[in-house]
Structures are given as structure tokens and as C-alpha cells.
Design a protein. Structure first.
Length: 193
């Protein structure tokens, strides 16, 4: 099991209502349903991924998460998940704030574009980095936003969002120190009072 999925499953409480924004093929939702008996659904824009999720028995709506939360009532879900999708949205601030409105807690997983490997590639090659976690050329990447763990912490501070828990991840392991330098991914549990 991927370490980010493992940590998310450990975080979500049994029988919770979960909405996964940009749920992809539904693998994480299927795990939450199996392991935590979650009442889980997702929103996904990619039609092929929706078919794959449905084949796993996951309920998925076709939609764009930039605009897809307006119809949901406040605090409808125990958890809203944005794992590996925030960097692909047009309006990340709006999506995060809407997720915090419809969810009691929000789990966010972001790629850290400022980890050491990426920094070294920029320094030595003078080119936009390509890594295992970011395997795209600049012209075909789905990523619209490039952020770091430090950028995300500052965003949360500036918008009065409480980081309940934070974890850096690299090579499918938790990073305990200097996450902005060594982690490929940051995983957060957020609340807004």
C-alpha cells in the first residue's frame, strides 16, 4: 500500500462520510470503504478514471472540483480529501476554502516541487526538473501550480487554517526532519474554525 494512502486510512475514523476530490481511479476510496467502512464518494473529471472507480464499486460523480462544491451543504462530510489534485486546479484557494466549508476536516496531499532532487536538477541542468514523482516535460504536465511544503504552510497561516497534522513523504517513507528539502510529498490534515 502507498504510504500516503496508508496514512490517510489511519487518519479517517470508522463509518465517516468522505468526499475525495479528484479521486482518480478510486483506489483510495475503495480502501476507505473496505478498511474503515466509510460512506465514501468522489468527484473526478477524467471519464476513463470514473469507469475504473466504478468497476471497484466506488460512487463517483463526473465534475470539475474548481466548481463542483457549491451545491454541497456546510460540514456535510467528516473528511474531504484532496490528494494529488490541488496542483491541477485553476483556483486552489477557492477549492481549499470550499473543501473546508463542506468538510469538518480536510486531508491534502501535495507534491513538493522544492525537494532537493528538483533543486539540484535546476541548478546543474538549468531546466525544469523531471523526477519519478514529477515525470512530465514542462509542455505536457497536468500541473498548473508549483508549490512547496513551505509555501503550503504559509498559505494555511495566512488564511487562518489550522494544520492539525503534517507529514513529509519520500520514497514511500515518512520524512521526519527538513521535509521541505527532502520530501517529495507533503500530507496535511486541516481544520478551519
Amino acid at each position: 500500500m502507498r504510504v500516503d494512502h496508508k496514512l490517510i486510512v489511519e487518519t479517517v475514523k470508522e463509518n465517516s462520510k468522505v468526499l475525495d476530490l479528484g479521486c482518480g481511479d478510486g483506489s483510495l476510496l475503495a480502501l476507505l470503504i473496505k478498511e474503515k467502512k466509510a460512506h465514501a464518494s468522489g468527484i473526478e473529471i477524467n471519464e476513463q478514471a470514473i469507469y475504473e472507480a466504478m468497476a471497484k464499486g466506488v460512487s463517483v460523480s463526473h465534475g470539475d472540483i474548481d466548481t463542483g462544491l457549491e451545491d454541497y451543504s456546510s460540514k456535510r462530510f467528516d473528511y474531504v480529501i484532496l490528494n494529488e489534485s490541488l496542483q491541477e486546479v485553476l483556483h486552489p484557494k477557492k477549492v481549499i476554502l470550499e473543501a473546508l466549508r463542506v468538510g469538518k476536516r480536510v486531508i491534502v496531499g501535495i507534491p513538493n516541487f522544492c525537494h532537493l532532487g528538483a533543486r539540484l536538477q535546476i541548478f546543474f541542468s538549468g531546466r525544469v526538473p523531471m523526477t519519478k514523482g514529477l515525470p512530465y516535460e514542462w509542455y505536457d504536465t497536468p500541473n498548473l501550480r508549483f508549490l512547496s511544503i513551505k509555501d503550503f504552510r504559509i498559505f494555511c497561516r495566512d488564511h487562518d487554517i489550522t494544520i492539525v497534522r503534517e507529514c513529509g513523504i519520500a520514497n514511500n517513507k515518512r520524512i521526519k526532519m527538513f521535509a521541505n528539502l527532502f520530501a517529495n510529498t507533503g500530507l496535511y490534515l486541516l481544520e478551519k474554525k
